[in-house]
Write a protein that binds this ligand. Structure first.
Ligand code: GLN
Length: 192
C-alpha cells in the first residue's frame, strides 16, 4: 500500500490533468503548481509532458525553477515525463533552452523522428514485476548519453527511455495516458 502523499503537479502547460487523475486514483493528495509559492509543503513533484520550451520559459522566471532545483538538492522526489525529462536534463542536444539541469544526462528532443512521431510500445522496466509496460510516446525525447550513476530502467530499440538518479525519475513516455498505475506507484515509493 502506498501511503497518502502530497504531490505537486506542475500545471503550467501540458498533460498535468492526466497525472492528477492517476495520482488521485492511487490515493495521493494533488496540488497543481503554477508558481514557486505552491511548491511549499509538497513531498514530490511531477513535471508533465507538453512543450519543454514553454514550460521552461515560466520556470526561468521569478525564481520558480531555482526553488525546484534547491528542493531537488534537498532530496525532493521529482518525476519528469517527456518534456519533463527534457527539463530535468543537464544537457539538451542542439538547444540552449532553459532546463533545471538536475540529471546527468544528454537528451535529444523529438528524437524518434518525424515519421514515427507518436507510437506505443511494450517495455520491460527494471524492478517492475508482471506484464510489460505499455508506453505511449508522443514526439518523445530519448537519452543519448548518461553518467554511470544514472540508473537505466528501460530502453526501447536500444534507446534509453526511462532513468533514475537518486530522487529523480524521468521517462520519455507518458505513463499518465494508460490505465497502468505501476510507474506512478514506483514514483510514490520514492517518497521517504
Ligand atoms: N517534443 C516535446 C518537447 O520537446 C515533448 C513532447 C511531449 O512532452 N509529449 O518539449
Amino acid at each position: 500500500m502506498v501511503r497518502m502523499s502530497k504531490i505537486g503537479v506542475l500545471a503550467i502547460q501540458g498533460a498535468f490533468r492526466e497525472h492528477r487523475k492517476m495520482l488521485e486514483k492511487l490515493g495521493a493528495d494533488v496540488i497543481e503548481v503554477r508558481s514557486a509559492k505552491e511548491l511549499t509543503d509538497i513531498e514530490g513533484l511531477i513535471i508533465p509532458g507538453g512543450e519543454s520550451t514553454a514550460i521552461g520559459k515560466q520556470l526561468a522566471e521569478n525564481g520558480f525553477g531555482k526553488k525546484i532545483i534547491n528542493m531537488a538538492r534537498q532530496g525532493l522526489p521529482i518525476f519528469g515525463t517527456c518534456a519533463g525529462m527534457i527539463l530535468l536534463s543537464k544537457n539538451i542536444d542542439q538547444s540552449n533552452q532553459y532546463s533545471l539541469g538536475l540529471m546527468d544526462t544528454l537528451v535529444r528532443r523529438n528524437a524518434f523522428g518525424r515519421q514515427i512521431a507518436s507510437f506505443e510500445a511494450d517495455l520491460n522496466v527494471k524492478g517492475l514485476k508482471g506484464e510489460k509496460v505499455r508506453a505511449v510516446f508522443i514526439r518523445a525525447p530519448f537519452v543519448v548519453k548518461s553518467a554511470p550513476q544514472v540508473e537505466i530502467l528501460a530502453e526501447y530499440k536500444g534507446k534509453i527511455v526511462f532513468v533514475r538518479l537518486d530522487n529523480l525519475l524521468a521517462s520519455a513516455f507518458h505513463p499518465e495516458l494508460t490505465d497502468d498505475p505501476r510507474i506512478h506507484e514506483y514514483f510514490l515509493k520514492m517518497i521517504p
